[in-house]
Ligand binder design. Sequence first.
Ligand SMILES: Cc1cc2nc3c(=O)[nH]c(=O)nc-3n(C[C@H](O)[C@H](O)[C@H](O)COP(=O)(O)OP(=O)(O)OC[C@H]3O[C@@H](n4cnc5c(N)ncnc54)[C@H](O)[C@@H]3O)c2cc1C
Length: 306
Amino acid sequence: MLDEIVAAGTPPVHTTIFHYEDGSVPVTIKPANGVDALYAPRRTVLDRVLADAAWDAGAEFRFETTVRDVVRDDSGAVGGVVGPGLDVRAGLVIGADGINSLVARRVNARVERQARHAGTVVYCYWEGLDAAGYEWAYANGAAAGLIPTNDGQVVVFTGTAPRRARPYQKVLAAASPELAERVAAAKAPLRMRTFRGEPGFMRTAHGRGWALVGDAGYFKDPISSHGITDALRDAELLARAVTHGSLAEYQATRDAVSADLLTVTDRVASYGWDTDEIRGLLRELSASMSHEIELINTFDDEEVAA
Ligand SMILES: Cc1cc2nc3c(=O)[nH]c(=O)nc-3n(C[C@H](O)[C@H](O)[C@H](O)COP(=O)(O)OP(=O)(O)OC[C@H]3O[C@@H](n4cnc5c(N)ncnc54)[C@H](O)[C@@H]3O)c2cc1C
């Protein structure tokens, strides 16, 4: 689907710059495994591309439809979902319904790993702001980031511990006075969005007649900027497990490649670090992502049968 993402004008990102109190460190993205850039499409682009691809592969959509419950057969196994105007029976119900997953609640999916920290993230879309790629800043218990996306817009987010929450511009200036100055010169957005925070978790990923994927099964603080990547990775793992593997294998692989990332993300989300410590944590974060890159490299081009 990358071709569609690129065709939608999503800017390729070739460099990530880390801004610290004592200087900036640019990191060039090395072309590898057929990928020479990173992309951060708007959800309006990504979700459409994903839905179109699923439709082409034979999926059927019911938009604007809410699942209110799962249904169980006589043995107690999940065998479908119901909601207003909705009654669908299925051999496997996959809860891909996000952080507040109704499916996870209805099947009593156990939380197997629980993170402790939950950062407050405020973000919005700026125009007329140049970003040299992804730019991340960390200082004074605050983080900020610039993420170029579609239509010439740049997402500027701030993150901090809820107890230190203060106006967006102040958190931005705490993370990087230089970024705050650049952002102040750009066209201000109409709307700010706030995510108050939720500690990360990893839930049991499957049971009789059900499975969880994406944030429904595994959520981590957004400071990792890695949730969509992991949701797509796990969708691939789950599809393979359903067609020619086992759900137990799916969970084992998900957990093996995610546990370190969840732990280190939680430490970043504490916002209790100093400059030396955050450098080390970001190195650990990068190392923990390398496990999943190795895994993704083992995916071949074989089509997963529908
Ligand atoms: C502030 C913030 C910033 C983030 N930034 C990034 C980032 O920069 N990069 C990144 O990779 N990740 C980021 N993430 C994480 C990313 O958004 C998630 O990891 C990702 O969206 C998970 O995808 P998902 O499909 O599992 O869940 P979602 O994207 O939440 O999708 C769940 C879907 O299920 C639907 N749904 C829920 N309940 C029901 C129901 N009962 N019936 C029918 N439909 C239902 C919802 O409407 C929604 O469409 C961020 C998260 C936050 C909170």
